[in-house]
Design a protein around this ligand. Structure first.
Ligand code: ZN
Length: 341
């Protein structure tokens, strides 16, 4: 009764890349690396199906990082001369590539993974792309000189790839916008508009994932500074409720997000985070079902999907798999509790 899906990334197998890292080094190169990425994708398709998930993703096996995986196919970006930049309002420093010329796509970005996904599961499939505002916050701009113009330029490219993914048979296209929780006023004033530009013309389901980041130390420390109640969503959700985007993914379990903020998403599907990605403790099905119970006070049952809080890329592979199983079992238990819809 409650559909299940993941936010996006999954741990890469040790034969593909370094493990437990957000920016892992690949273990192969060239054609061998290409083959290894697709083999890992196939592995996670099977494991997601076996766990019992309804909407299957590629686990982002083919990208070193959720933003730079897209950028590597964009012309006008200098990856050779990276510069250090404070990102997410200086929460952490990262070596980022520079925008040095007008942007254009070199070609398809995720065609191989999307086609593989479509060929190997009959379930619904979801594909994730970084959102325009989050991309702008993860590159150094030496050309456009204006964050909104740069975001709209990226949105056009994202739209090209999204339309092509739709043609590949993708059912859900999700844009990841963790930056919405950092620049709330800008998110409401132009971030959502850039997102809508990226989703323009799509007939498949569209989604946005907004979170408090991966379970890495810099984010865990940052969360400690946010106080007892995290009300960031309150400033962005009204704009999203008015937007064309169909689904919104948010953090719930073990967060300090007041659950009543979900009511601000009236009319949208809500992907409720019922799995904590910042802890290796595997949730019990009861905990997952309890979190769904809480969300049901604010979200109509037909609009509720059970999801992970965020991506699982830096996690231990066995822990991540156990959490996917807990996700599916907990959603099934919630279904039993609430009877057929
Ligand atoms: Zn996230």
């Amino acid at each position: 009764m409650f559909r299940t899906t993941i936010a996006g990334s999954l741990p890469k197998p040790a034969w593909l890349a370094e493990t437990h890292k957000l920016w892992p080094r690949w273990k192969a190169e060239g054609a061998e690396l290409q083959r290894a990425k697709l083999d890992a994708t196939l592995l996670w398709i099977k494991l997601q199906e076996d766990a019992g998930l309804d909407v299957i993703g590629d686990g982002e096996m083919s990208r070193q990082h959720f933003v730079h995986g897209f950028l590597e196919q964009v012309e006008g970006i200098d990856f050779v001369h990276k510069v250090e930049m404070g990102i997410r309002a200086d929460r952490y420093k990262a070596m980022v590539p520079q925008v040095v010329a007008p942007l254009a796509l070199r070609g398809r970005v995720h065609e191989a993974e999307a086609k593989l996904l479509r060929a190997h599961t009959t379930r619904k499939i979801k594909f994730t792309l970084p959102g325009p505002m989050t991309i702008v916050d993860t590159v150094a701009d030496r050309h456009y000189g204006d964050r909104v113009r740069l975001a709209m330029a990226f949105a056009e490219l994202l739209n090209q790839e999204a339309l092509a993914l739709q043609a590949d048979g993708v059912d859900v296209i999700q844009f990841d916008e963790p930056a919405f929780n950092v620049y709330m006023d800008e998110a409401a004033s132009w971030g959502v508009a850039a997102l809508e530009r990226a989703a323009q013309g799509l007939r498949c389901t569209t989604a946005v994932h907004i979170c408090y980041g991966y379970g890495i130390a810099a984010n865990v420390d940052w969360k400690k500074t946010l106080g007892h109640e995290w009300r960031q969503y309150e400033r962005v959700f009204p704009a999203l409720a008015r937007s064309v985007i169909d689904q919104v993914s948010l953090e719930c379990i073990h967060s300090h997000v007041p659950p009543e903020l979900m009511a601000l998403l009236h009319g949208k599907d809500v992907m409720v985070g019922v799995i904590d990605v910042a802890s290796d403790t595997v949730e019990t099905p009861e905990e997952v079902a309890d979190t769904i119970d809480t969300a049901l006070r604010w979200v109509p049952r037909q609009h509720l999907l059970a999801c992970t809080n965020c991506g699982m890329a830096p996690m231990d592979r066995d822990v991540a798999l156990a959490k996917l199983q807990a996700l599916a079992r907990g959603a099934a238990l919630a279904g039993q509790r609430h009877g057929p819809g």
